[in-house]
Design a protein around this ligand. Structure first.
Ligand SMILES: [Fe+2]
Length: 346
């Protein structure tokens, strides 16, 4: 029977028959040639092999027919090569963070340019994880807290990150937002924090890191430049000087610990000698607790966002509320420290 063969088919057929291809002429791309049913089977196998090879190289062939069973594309070692490249560039901890979908923060450097307050006694409002733009944050509760800080005569306010809810690609996250998108959350944050003249010193957290890492949009920077009383100290962590003592704001990427105090203990334990702050204010886990360890007054500052469906699904409690801390310091030492928690109820 006559069949249409390409030049490549013909080369294959001639190699099987042991004939000279030139007897079919040169420069012709398609040939009509008499072949036996066995030869036709061999040519189909040859085409299937060729298709498979081309698929492996990422190229589709016009010969692929539904009648020809093409093996699924095997895992090439391109992925392994990429993984090896990542492994060379990052530490194990950074790789774990990437695998969990977190971004990587820039290294934190001590910045003692931020000095506020005279040496002596201080009364400061503290809150964190306001998650503005989340359906589970009531902006009015934040405005009420700002008023309470003013009424109580606080010098200023500290905020340990996750100022806004952010925008993530996690399935269903969009349905947890009251304000969706960078601009909507930015405008709502400006409206809310515009209710106070108190200075707010803050870091940002993993929620706003989504936009920062995706497109370089830094919510902290935007709020700092828009509102004269908001002072962005950096992403994730910062150290500032209040009077004569060091105060660290820490958001972090780690998760909840089995025991409430354990996270703070581990953070304090990890400080290299000579780098411990006098006071540590932590966000991120939405837990409220105070401990005093290794001469560090540490506060896990709770949150202003009620439990989300995501947290409920993971059995993570939300300690909603804010704090007012009072302390006396001199010559780099905290002489006394008290803290009052103001819980929020729905
Ligand atoms: Fe948070």
């Amino acid at each position: 029977m006559k069949s249409r063969l390409t030049r490549e088919d013909l080369e294959f057929l001639c190699s099987v028959r042991g004939t000279d291809i030139n007897r079919y002429g040169t420069g012709i791309e398609v040939h009509r040639v008499d072949i036996s049913p066995e030869e036709k089977e061999m040519i189909l196998d040859f085409r299937a092999d060729k298709s498979r090879r081309e698929l492996e190289e990422g190229e589709q062939t016009p010969y692929t027919k539904t009648s020809v069973k093409v093996q699924p594309k095997p895992q090439t070692n391109k992925k392994n090569a990429l993984l090896e490249k990542l492994a060379e560039q990052y530490t194990e901890e950074e790789l774990k963070a990437l695998a969990k979908g977190y971004g990587l923060s820039a290294p934190v450097e001590y910045d003692d340019r931020i000095k506020v307050g005279k040496v002596g006694r201080h009364k400061i409002g503290v809150f964190t994880d306001t998650h503005i733009g989340s359906k589970y944050t009531n902006s009015q509760y934040i405005i009420d807290a700002l008023k309470k800080f003013e009424d109580e005569g606080c010098e200023f306010i500290l905020h340990a990150g996750d100022v806004v809810e952010g925008v993530s690609s996690r399935p269903g996250h969009a349905f947890e937002c009251s304000h969706y998108g960078f601009d909507a959350q930015y405008k709502e944050a400006v409206r809310v924090f515009g209710h106070t003249d108190l200075n707010i010193y803050f870091v940002e957290g993993n929620h706003s890191a989504w936009a920062k890492n995706a497109v370089g949009a830094d919510m902290g920077l935007h709020l700092d430049q828009t509102l004269g009383n908001m002072h962005y100290l950096g992403h994730d962590m910062a150290v500032m000087k209040i009077g004569s003592v060091d105060v660290m704001l820490w958001h972090g990427l780690d998760g909840n610990s089995y025991a409430l105090s354990y996270r703070l203990q581990k953070i304090i334990e990890s400080f290299q000698g000579g780098t411990k702050p006098n006071i540590l204010i932590c966000g991120h886990t939405h837990k409220a607790i105070y401990i005093f360890e290794r001469n560090v007054h540490a506060l896990s500052a709770g949150c202003m966002q009620f439990q989300t469906p995501f947290m409920r699904g993971k059995k993570i409690a939300s300690h909603t509320g804010y704090w007012i801390i009072e302390f006396e310091e001199r010559n780099g030492e905290v002489l006394s420290f008290t803290q009052t928690f103001y819980p929020l109820y729905k």
